[in-house]
Write a protein that binds this ligand. Structure first.
Ligand SMILES: CC(C)(COP(=O)(O)OP(=O)(O)OC[C@H]1O[C@@H](n2cnc3c(N)ncnc32)[C@H](O)[C@@H]1OP(=O)(O)O)[C@@H](O)C(=O)NCCC(=O)NCCS
Length: 174
């Protein structure tokens, strides 16, 4: 299948991303268009979309956070829906960042197939692009709300930290 990847999504793609989000997650774990658009204005590279024939069929979010926001996510006090643009950092050359990996979704009919390989490759590409800008990732936290999410966190080398009511929290430090 002829998939394409977008590392800077436009507003139309954002609407499709959020529609997929709403089909997948419970309502109180879906970020609004207004909030996510404000995040993207702060850092346009935080959502990577997988497309097939102009339709978004998958995506993931990777958010560089302020240290304060990172600590609240790691402790389980906050989840991605509590984040505002002020909690998100732009990518700045020669810096160190702590990031949240969250909200990965592939449309049902494309799961357990090549789509996840494309998204994983895009994630590696993003990390390589950051390394080229001398942006060092210090640590990554992931909020897992499903078995599929936990499987992915383990595959990405993250370690279990704790569980709260809704999430299993995983982290990797570099
Ligand atoms: C999470 C999600 C994106 C994972 O996508 P998926 O297509 O189900 O992918 P899986 O992780 O199950 O991987 C499918 C297979 O591809 C393999 N695979 C994954 N990435 C690979 C890669 N980069 N190279 C080679 N093989 C790979 C896996 O090992 C797996 O094989 P296995 O079943 O024999 O172990 C998808 O299940 C989904 O959208 N789920 C609903 C939303 C959700 O729960 N998100 C996580 C919230 S925390």
């Amino acid at each position: 299948m002829k998939f394409t990847l977008k590392n800077k999504i436009d507003e139309n793609e954002l609407r499709q991303v959020l529609s997929l989000d709403r089909q997948t997650y419970v309502a109180d774990r879906c970020v609004s268009f207004r909030v996510c658009n404000a995040w993207l204005k702060k850092n346009p590279e935080i959502v990577c979309a997988l497309k097939l024939n102009e339709q978004v069929v998958g995506f993931f979010s990777f958010l560089p956070l302020t240290e304060r926001a990172y600590a609240k996510i790691l402790s389980g006090e906050m989840n991605e829906c509590d984040l505002r643009a002020a909690d998100i950092l732009p990518y700045t050359k020669n810096s160190e960042i702590s990031c949240l990996f969250c909200d990965i979704v592939i449309q049902k009919e494309f799961r357990d197939a090549e789509a996840i390989i494309h998204l994983t490759n895009q994630y590696e590409k993003l990390k390589n692009s950051l390394a080229k800008r001398n942006i060092k990732i210090k640590r990554i936290v992931a909020l897992c709300v499903s078995k599929d999410g936990i499987k992915l966190a383990n595959r990405f080398g993250l370690k279990f930290i704790k569980k709260n009511k809704t999430d299993s929290i995983y982290e990797i430090k570099y």
